[in-house]
Design a protein around this ligand. Structure first.
Ligand SMILES: NC(=O)c1ccc[n+]([C@@H]2O[C@H](COP(=O)([O-])OP(=O)(O)OC[C@H]3O[C@@H](n4cnc5c(N)ncnc54)[C@H](O)[C@@H]3O)[C@@H](O)[C@H]2O)c1
Length: 361
């Protein structure tokens, strides 16, 4: 296969810098793609840390000022893994320079900012790293729903539960600063489960929310909970929290339809639970599908059935699908418009909590 080289500039080299670097390495090993990804330049503020990261993950060059790299002629893609407040400036500058833009979630600090990013990126291929869409079990859930197997959806229940916010020693991280993060559990966790809900069950029409901060003096929310009405008539309940002691990273949903139900939990990400309510009553029960093939999303790209995969593969899968759409000219999701839709829900959740009322979308 002839391949074209894409030179990547990655801004930010923390948790997501590692997850993305790994995907850049792995995608060509596991997927046939007409692109060779070159880890051209990695950018961060701490010179020594950036150099360490470049050596460990095989980046050619290091840089300290993102403005100096986004419009370099030898850069094709700008990948953004910085704190949320920087996403818009970097993405807009990169899009104006004609680069492909990959941006971490939440896309922006609010809907207005996300709208500007959508406008700026109209002419360039773009991606938001809503990586949980590409957990094979989640992709299978989408297939099952789209085939009508669970019928009309009545209840959509989602929660993203973490516990680290309780720890007073975690002061000082950018995630607690409003000016860096914009919000707390909302931008960090709620955006993920809202993106999955919009993908799996369609648009939300209105929300009623409670957003709360437990830690004294903290600028951002620790928990955000809302009830929503979907356009398809389903009722949704959503809970995102950094105060769920005992829960490390429990991103889960349960979807109940007229003909069946689905349940997923990221901490058991190779599994999807399926309940077929069309079976004779005496044979109905939860069926535990191990989503590692055969015939499961992404399963042909990895190991034989039963040989499980992990968190990092969700980024590789996302990238593989993006490169496929880049090659064949089709539309990739989640893109900036998907990120904007999520941001509109976040704005409505915030407004609903502030005004103690239902807010239309
Ligand atoms: N998709 C996911 O599952 C997922 C998971 C975690 C974080 N995220 C998102 O990824 C983004 C980064 O989060 P993280 O956990 O990697 O944070 P992190 O703190 O681990 O890393 C942030 C990086 O940004 C760099 N940075 C900060 N200011 C900069 C500047 N002015 N110029 C260049 N670099 C700068 C820091 O040096 C650091 O390398 C956030 O938007 C977060 O919401 C997404």
């Amino acid at each position: 296969m002839t391949t074209r080289t894409l030179n990547i500039a990655m801004i930010g080299h923390g948790f997501m810098g590692r997850a993305h670097s790994n995907a850049f390495h792995q995608v060509g090993h596991f997927f046939d793609t007409p692109y060779t990804l070159k880890r051209k330049v990695i950018c961060g503020r701490n010179q020594e840390a950036v150099r360490d990261m470049a050596a460990r993950w095989g980046w050619d060059e290091t840089a300290n000022d993102w403005r100096a790299v986004v419009d370099r002629k030898d850069v094709d893609v700008v990948d953004i893994g910085t704190p949320n407040a920087l996403h818009a400036d970097i993405a807009i500058a990169a899009a104006k320079a004609g680069k492909i833009v990959w941006c971490e979630k939440p896309l922006a600090m609010n809907g207005a900012e996300a709208g500007e990013m959508v406008q700026a990126a109209r002419q360039v291929p773009n991606l938001v790293w809503f990586n949980y869409r590409r957990v094979p079990a989640v992709a299978l859930a989408k297939q099952v729903i789209d085939e009508g197997k669970i019928g009309q959806v009545y209840q959509y229940r989602a929660a993203y539960l973490q516990s680290w916010g309780v720890d007073p020693a975690r002061k000082g991280v950018w995630r607690f600063n409003k000016s860096d993060a914009g919000s707390g559990a909302m931008g960090d966790l709620l955006t993920h489960i809202v993106d999955l809900a919009l993908m799996l069950n369609g648009p939300l029409n209105e929300v009623s929310a409670l957003v709360h901060t437990f830690a004294e003096g903290r600028e951002v929310d620790d928990t955000a909970i809302f009830t929503g009405k979907f356009a398809n008539g389903a009722i949704g309940t959503f809970e995102a929290t950094r105060f769920a002691i005992g829960m490390k990273n429990r991103n889960r949903f349960e979807i109940h339809g007229a003909k069946g139900a689905l349940a997923f939990n990221l901490e058991e990400l190779n599994h999807l639970l399926y309940y077929d309510a069309t079976l004779p009553a005496e044979r109905q029960g939860w069926c535990d599908l191990m989503v590692t093939g055969p015939h499961h999303p992404f399963s042909d790209n990895y190991w034989p059935p039963g040989h499980i995969i992990g968190y990092e593969h969700t980024f590789t899968n996302t990238l593989a699908d993006f490169l496929k759409t880049l090659a064949n000219g089709s539309e990739f999701h989640a893109n900036f418009e998907d990120g904007l839709r999520v941001q509109h829900v976040m704005d409505a959740v915030e407004k609903s909590s502030q005004t103690r009322s239902w807010v239309q979308l």
